[in-house]
Write a protein that binds this ligand. Structure first.
Ligand SMILES: [Zn+2]
Length: 481
């Protein structure tokens, strides 16, 4: 994305984006006409396009001035994109006037850039070409902005790139992104940035180390699992921040197979947590972050074969605790449990955040726009909440206490992977299972099953196909603050 800044030059743009507050008194020219005619009211996210003298104006409603906040500005920016239409090599300008505060203008641009995404990987011919020509590749910012604005905009561009990278990974079909491919993606980041180091435990190494929960989930698959470990600023003496991302590259449910009307056709996105974590490391590298961060990704398919794990199996985890398998579709918590105990034992983190498309129960509770937030540390939760306000990515705290932890005990093993209370409180009981593997280390769990994946209720800055890249901006904000 190329950005140019100028004080003037609005009339020279082929396409001109003009943000407008509702109920503004001093409108002039064509805009005043459109408002007087009632064709445009400047409600939030309302788009009105008008062509005159060879220039296409895209008026973007910002709603009432006193009500605009970061999230709404991002929404308006996201809606703007479709108003641009086919861009090709046309010049695109954005007029900023002093009515729109700089920080809100930045959120508007962020929303526009986030929405400026098409996945062309599997399209061919004319349609691919047309989609390509809709992409914005250069933007002229017209109006006085200061150095802080310019610096922050460059950061936003890097974060948005990382979000797009996460979306590409999540949208990839499972045949194109098996655990080893995911490891190769992580390795590529270590080749691109010299402060990133990569390793991945192979099946044999996982067996030697005893990550048996990850290995159990993997047994139905013809492809090896991996425990991917990507470190940035490894040489620093401080305790690292550990990010853990669920990397199920396809989830059939195993022998508790998912019915075909139960999102089975999108289960290649069950590695969205892994993608977010990799993209966050990429963004941190691009931003020149000095923080020591380790991404840990347990990656496997969850399939069926003559050797696949079965309900009633009892598995000895990496931590030593035994787990009774009551449902093979509750596999995410199993691989996360081994990853959590491995990371906490070997890296002694200052805190851990895991992200996982973990439970349908979280979608039932919160819908598609909110991630569930759970954990054992209120301070960390508070920091994640404020990062979420800054990024416009919504989260909502759900309860996790000892009664939920008790529900995860098994009569014949230490733990069971399904609650004794059945499906009730499913997002909390899944997190409670993880809590048994965490101990005292400050830990937060984000259940992103809803917002990782597009739905009709998706945010305006997300594309209408598959992945959203939820959590990258939030994690970057959390780590950098
Ligand atoms: Zn599952």
């Amino acid at each position: 994305m190329e950005i140019k800044f100028s004080k003037q030059g609005a009339e020279e743009q082929n396409i001109l984006i003009v943000p407008v507050f509702a109920k503004t008194d001093k409108l002039t020219g064509r805009l005043a006409e459109l408002v007087d005619n009632g064709e445009f009211e400047a409600n939030l996210g309302e788009i009105c396009t008008d062509v005159s003298a060879g220039q296409k104006s895209v008026f973007v409603g910002l709603g009432e001035k006193g009500k605009l906040n970061p999230e709404l500005a991002k929404t308006a920016g996201g809606k703007t994109w479709s108003g641009l239409g086919v861009i090709g090599d046309k010049s695109v300008g954005l007029v900023l006037d002093k009515n729109l505060r700089p920080n809100l203008a930045l959120f508007l641009i962020e929303g526009l850039l986030l929405r400026n995404y098409v996945n062309l990987h599997y399209k061919t011919g004319e349609e691919a070409e047309k989609s390509q020509r809709k992409l914005l590749t250069s933007l002229n910012i017209i109006g006085g902005v200061d150095a802080t604005f310019k610096k922050r905009l460059q950061e936003i561009i890097k974060i948005v790139d990382a979000v797009h990278y996460a979306r590409n990974l999540v949208s990839a079909p499972s045949a194109d992104l098996r655990p080893e491919d995911l490891a190769n993606e992580a390795a590529k980041l270590s080749h691109t940035y010299n402060n990133i180091t990569f390793e991945a435990l192979t099946k044999k190494e996982l067996q030697e180390q005893g990550l048996n929960l990850l290995l159990a989930v993997n047994r139905g698959s013809a492809y090896e699992p991996r425990l991917i470990i990507l470190q940035i600023n490894r040489e620093k003496k401080e305790k690292p921040i550990v990010l853990i991302g669920k990397g199920i590259t396809f989830d059939s449910g195993g022998y508790n197979i998912k019915p075909s009307d139960s999102f089975l056709e999108v289960m290649h996105t069950d590695m969205a947590g892994a993608a977010t974590v990799l993209a966050t490391i990429k963004a941190l590298a691009e931003l020149g972050s000095k923080k020591k961060v380790i991404a840990v990704i347990p990656a496997t398919e969850n399939l069926i074969s003559g050797d696949a794990y079965k309900p009633a199996d009892i598995i000895r985890s990496y931590s030593g605790k035994t787990v009774e398998i009551k449902n093979t579709d509750a596999e995410g918590r199993l691989i996360l449990a081994d990853a959590l105990s491995y990371a906490i034992k070997n890296f002694e983190p200052s805190y851990v955040v895991d992200l996982a498309t973990l439970t349908g129960a979280c979608i039932i509770a919160l819908g598609f726009r909110y991630a569930g937030l759970l954990g054992n540390d209120l301070e960390l939760q508070k920091n994640i909440k404020s990062a979420s306000v800054n990024s416009g990515e919504k989260i909502w705290a759900l309860p996790l206490d000892d009664s939920f932890k008790d529900q995860m005990k098994s009569p014949i093993a230490d733990l069971a992977n399904l609650s004794s209370a059945g499906r009730f409180g499913g997002a909390s009981t899944a997190a409670a299972f993880l809590a048994h593997f965490v101990g005292e280390t400050p830990w937060a769990h984000l259940d992103i099953a809803g917002p990782a994946f597009q739905s009709k209720e998706t945010e305006a800055w997300n594309p209408p196909t598959y992945a959203t890249g939820f959590g990258v901006s939030l994690l970057v904000d959390l780590i950098q603050k």
